[in-house]
Design a binder for this molecule. Structure first.
Ligand SMILES: [Zn+2]
Length: 323
């Protein structure tokens, strides 16, 4: 890479969407490589059950229910103070993607769902920004480099969401070594893109199972003619019509995310105390009312644990936060 490559890394700006297992690993690798600016976007908070695979966090972060973006930025600052790690505690949506992913050279996938990946894909193709898809579940990982206009995009390979046919972290669990393998490949390809080693980029969808050692590659060197996204520029996911509530991966919970209701935590603390147990810091407020646990963020977004029933979650939110 040389001094010139290192200079390019220092000047590079990268967004990482989702800072769970893959996001943690790839953020750590790029921060230690000297990538000058990392924007870490995550909607969730650290829990003890994450620590098996989410390498930027510790038990203290879980005890404090710190948002993952905040905890990640703090950890990165502690091992590389010469770069900027900017935390964004937010759920990436069609409304905010333009500002959250503005002015970056590369977008990296650390998400756990196809809805967000299609949103990133539409945005990246429209703005002509490269992005790297990466996913891991069970003992298996898969990744794809998308260079708009040159390689296939996510919609070229998967015109419709493969949802429903794939196992989730909830049903299959996840091996931390599968995460680190796929994050290492994602980080390596990111470094090639950032230093301008385009000719070394992998142009396939690569999958690898660390338990069975099965490996597969699917050609992705060229865009698919007639692709909705990169061929016809029909960016349905950016329009974001009828986005459902999201059930998070790995636990029994529902997110209420289409609210725009700034919450005053001390006022909410008083309001909720008669109804259950409340605790808050600057970043999150947690409210326990058996058998549910609600986590509120300052912008009014909430994660309600203890149910997968979106109607019930909506009514709990309306009852305790407001409709
Ligand atoms: Zn395409």
């Amino acid at each position: 890479m040389g001094a010139e490559g290192q200079k390019r890394l220092a000047a590079a700006r990268v967004a990482i969407v989702g800072c769970g297992a893959t996001g943690s690993a790839v953020a750590s690798l790029l921060a230690r490589s000297g990538v000058g600016y990392l924007r870490i976007i995550d909607r969730d908070y650290v829990e003890a059950s994450n620590l098996q695979r989410q390498s930027l966090f510790d038990e203290n972060d879980a005890r404090e229910s710190l948002p993952k973006a905040i905890a990640a930025a703090r950890r990165i600052a502690a091992f590389n103070s010469q770069i900027v790690a900017e935390p964004q505690v937010a759920d990436l949506t069609p409304e905010n993607i333009g500002s959250l992913l503005a002015e970056v050279d590369l977008i990296l996938d650390g998400t756990d769902n196809f809805e967000t990946r299609y949103l990133i894909n539409d945005f990246a193709v429209e703005r002509n920004t490269p992005w790297i898809y990466a996913a891991a579940v069970g003992s298996y990982g898969v990744t794809l480099n998308v260079v708009p206009g040159q390689t296939a995009c996510l919609a070229c390979l998967f015109p419709g969401s493969p949802q429903g046919t794939f196992e989730t972290c909830e049903t299959a669990g996840i091996l931390n070594s599968a995460v680190n393998l796929i994050a290492s490949i994602e980080a390596s390809e990111a470094l090639k893109l950032l230093v301008g080693a385009q000719d070394r980029l992998r142009r396939t969808l690569l999958s690898f199972d660390v338990w069975t050692n099965e490996r597969a590659e699917l050609q992705a060197a060229r865009p698919r003619p007639g692709c909705r996204a990169c061929g016809e520029h029909d960016f349905v996911h950016l329009e974001g019509k009828g986005r459902p509530h999201i059930t998070l991966c790995g636990r029994n919970s529902v997110q209420i995310h289409e609210r725009h209701r700034p919450v005053d935590f001390s006022e909410m603390n008083q309001r909720l105390t008669p109804h259950g147990t409340v605790r808050h810091n600057d970043f999150v407020l947690k409210f326990w009312r058996d058998p549910y646990e609600m986590t509120l963020f300052p912008d009014g977004r909430a994660i309600i644990k203890g149910t997968t029933d979106t109607g019930l979650a909506r009514s709990l939110y309306a009852r305790f936060v407001g409709s």
